[in-house]
Unconditional design. Structure first.
Length: 401
């Protein structure tokens, strides 16, 4: 079983009293102290550094890393020297430590494509495969350039889709928060006023008052439940929550179409990139499969495509057997296979699906805006009606009195 490494920030003094600072992966403080002593450094301070970063931050750093590494390699700088330069200017402690490990292992003779496999959260299988292709062909700079463009396009597409899905979710959450606030704090005040006049209340008001009473009675249980769910989602239950959200994306009536379009765009972008870089189609399909969410039907589809291609079936014919691919997909792929321009056709499909996904995301936002306004208006109107409708009855009762 591999020893788990943690991220440590340290400061030390050399024999001349000069101060040194750094950040490194190690098994513990003793490991750091041993390394510093071997370098004739006296440790002054050693503390654990924050190693967690979100997936979006990982992608931002990865794109920046690939862009700069490609530019440095094109300028004629060797790979180890390029990594040293990137390490000196990188702002992320995690990436600084990763780059230090890369430099050490490169100097020991390990291949770059083998080294990056040690951090699957930072470098997905596609990066590993493209690095290996670049080492085999001697075109690491071009592979990194193509890879950075693909990653940037994928990030832009994911942000467009996330923005389209985030808007209705935030609006509904705000409507729910306002509704709960009125039921918990505003409606009970009106209820006390109505009880003082002993007049019959409308049915809608009585129903909402019953809901308000139940919420106030169960407020502590509901708060504890919500806090427990939140802790589970950000902690041990993170994977369960991720699978649940994936299920919603794949089966929700409107969101499923957008999710399918996003996955198709991602598949053809990766296949186009692997073909342009010299990766064979079977290996490209396997790489795409590795990047798709686990337990999804798309992953099963890509696995079946790999089996069909291994048995001698063309990729276009294999795609024709799956309803998740449109007629345009397998027609253009078949044309590319027959003409010897598969990489060009895959690139056209990637561009078309990317633009189509952005269009669908824009249409979803335009569709959801009036629908959410209607839902919010109905909720607000119902609450206002329930609170103020009895006032008319109070006026009649006071006039009769």
């Amino acid at each position: 079983m591999a020893t788990k490494l943690s991220l440590w920030r340290w400061s030390a003094l050399d024999l001349k009293g000069n101060s040194h600072m750094g950040i490194s992966f190690a098994t513990g403080k003793i490991d750091i102290m041993t390394r510093l002593c071997n370098q004739a450094l006296f440790p002054v301070r050693i503390q654990r550094a924050r190693a967690y970063e979100s997936k979006s931050r990982h992608m931002d750093h990865r794109i920046h890393f690939l862009q700069q590494l490609s530019a440095l390699l094109k300028a004629g700088i060797s790979l180890p020297d390029a990594l040293v330069l990137l390490n000196q200017q990188h702002a992320s402690p995690l990436w600084q430590a990763v780059l230090q490990q890369m430099i050490l292992r490169l100097n020991e003779g390990e291949a770059f494509s083998y080294i990056v496999q040690s951090w699957p959260e930072l470098f997905p299988p596609l990066v590993v495969a493209m690095s290996r292709t670049g080492e085999m062909t001697g075109k690491l700079d071009l592979c990194f350039e193509h890879l950075s463009v693909q990653q940037e396009q994928q990030r832009a597409l994911q942000r467009t889709v996330s923005k389209a899905l985030r808007y209705p979710l935030v609006t509904l959450c705000m409507a729910l928060a306002v509704t709960l606030g009125m039921l918990l704090f505003v409606l009970p005040t009106f209820a006390d006023i109505y009880q003082a006049f002993n007049t019959p209340l409308p049915a809608v008001t009585r129903i909402l008052m019953s809901v308000s009473d139940w919420l106030n009675q169960q407020i502590y249980i509901l708060t504890f439940t919500a806090a427990s769910v939140f802790i589970l989602v950000v902690g041990p239950g993170r994977n369960i929550w991720r699978r649940f959200t994936q299920y919603l994306l794949q089966h929700a009536p409107v969101m499923s179409r957008l999710y399918e379009a996003l996955i198709r765009s991602q598949i053809f972008m990766m296949l186009s990139l692997t073909q342009q870089s010299g990766v064979n189609i079977l290996h490209g399909l396997q790489l795409v499969e590795d990047t798709l969410p686990k337990a999804s039907r798309w992953r099963q589809v890509m696995a079946q495509l790999s089996v069909d291609v291994t048995q001698g079936i063309t990729l276009g014919e294999a795609m024709r057997q799956h309803s998740c691919f449109t007629a345009l997909c397998y027609q253009l792929v078949s044309t590319g296979e027959q003409s010897g321009a598969l990489d060009t056709m895959l690139d056209k499909l990637a561009s078309w699906h990317r633009e189509n996904t952005q269009l669908q995301a824009s249409q979803l936002t335009q569709l959801m805006e009036p629908l959410l306004m209607v839902i919010t208006g109905l909720i607000t109107g119902l609450l206002v009606l329930a609170m103020y409708l009895p006032i008319f009855g109070l006026g009649e009762a006071m006039g009769a009195g």
